[in-house]
Design a protein around this ligand. Structure first.
Ligand SMILES: [Zn+2]
Length: 309
């Protein structure tokens, strides 16, 4: 399952290779990949054709492309210049990309052989010679077209209006997040994975940030002080930024890719996946506990469980 850093790599690739181009043809090769577009494949293709792709955007693990009427930016893309796309999109439509477990967005030359699991092909009205392909082996992912939230500066698709900003978003409100933690009767790891509170923090990054913060995953959020929340958010951001730095090295190639693996970050993990290995801080073996159909990895000495009762 791709996490925020992987999705951000894809977003950068789309911004570099696809934003500013005008859709010429849309070919839906598998109905499952378009099932979230309830009006169907023909409607998806008809409405998208002739529209210009705006700046690629992301919130947490959600990725979308606002679309508007065609314009001169398509020409700069055709000339191989990275198009400067101004946020002039008022059309109120966006293509939401669901990567699912195995979804990939690839920018390929027209004459590259079709991938075995090619689901959707989008060609552009320019002479760049490349096309956008949605490839998905397990077809949990797909593309869909949605109205954007009226007046939203990020042109957020309405179906993800409930998704909170992610901690790398400059507009993320640290104070409001702390207040929400204090109000809720929940535990800290549940809160970190609650996409309506903070988006984009997956299981791996939650365990890593909690280890760095010396917080047990079952700590009630109501017990967190403001400085403790600030420290935790700092660690969440550090972990994600480090992963992004490692995963963000290949986006400048002509291959926009999410493969569902996050192994590139494995060597620098301190808690996740390290059961029975010594804590890098105190030497105590890291423990793994079942947690909401997943696992939580923690140091029993550095991250003391909360007192019960
Ligand atoms: Zn420890």
């Amino acid at each position: 399952m791709p996490e925020l850093p992987e999705v951000e790599v894809v977003r950068r690739g789309l911004a570099r290779w696809v934003s500013g181009r005008t859709v010429d043809t849309v070919e839906v090769r598998h109905p499952r990949a378009i099932r979230r577009h309830t009006a169907g494949a023909a409607d998806f293709a008809d409405r998208l054709t002739g529209l210009r792709i705006g700046p690629a955007r992301r919130r947490g693990k959600y990725l979308w492309l606002p679309v508007t009427g065609g314009g001169p930016a398509a020409q700069s893309a055709a000339e191989g210049i990275a198009p400067v796309v101004t946020p002039d999109v008022t059309h109120g439509l966006a293509v939401l990309a669901h990567l699912g477990m195995s979804g990939q967005l690839l920018v390929q030359p027209h004459d590259a052989p079709d991938e075995k699991h090619l689901r959707i092909r989008i060609r552009f009205a320019d002479t760049d010679g490349t096309e956008l392909r949605f490839v998905d082996q397990r077809t949990f992912g797909g593309l869909s077209l949605h109205d954007t939230v009226p007046g939203d500066p990020d042109l957020l698709p309405d179906v993800i209006a409930h998704i909170a900003r992610d901690p790398l978003d400059p507009a993320f409100d640290d104070a409001a997040f702390h207040d929400a933690l204090r109000r809720r009767r929940t535990t800290i790891k549940r809160a970190l994975l609650d996409q309506t509170l903070i988006s984009g923090v997956g299981n791996i990054y939650a365990d890593e940030a909690l280890w760095r913060s010396r917080l047990h995953y079952d700590r009630p959020t109501a017990t967190l002080t403001r400085p403790r929340t600030a420290e935790l958010l700092g660690h969440v951001r550090d972990v994600m930024t480090a992963a992004l730095a490692v995963g963000g090295t290949s986006f400048d190639s002509l291959y926009v890719n999410v493969n569902g693996e996050s192994g590139y970050f494995e060597r620098s993990l301190d808690a996740y996946g390290r059961e029975d290995e010594p804590c890098r801080r105190c030497g105590t073996p890291i423990r793994r506990r079942p947690w909401m159909n997943r696992s939580s990895y923690f140091c029993p000495r550095c991250q003391r469980p909360p007192r019960s009762g």
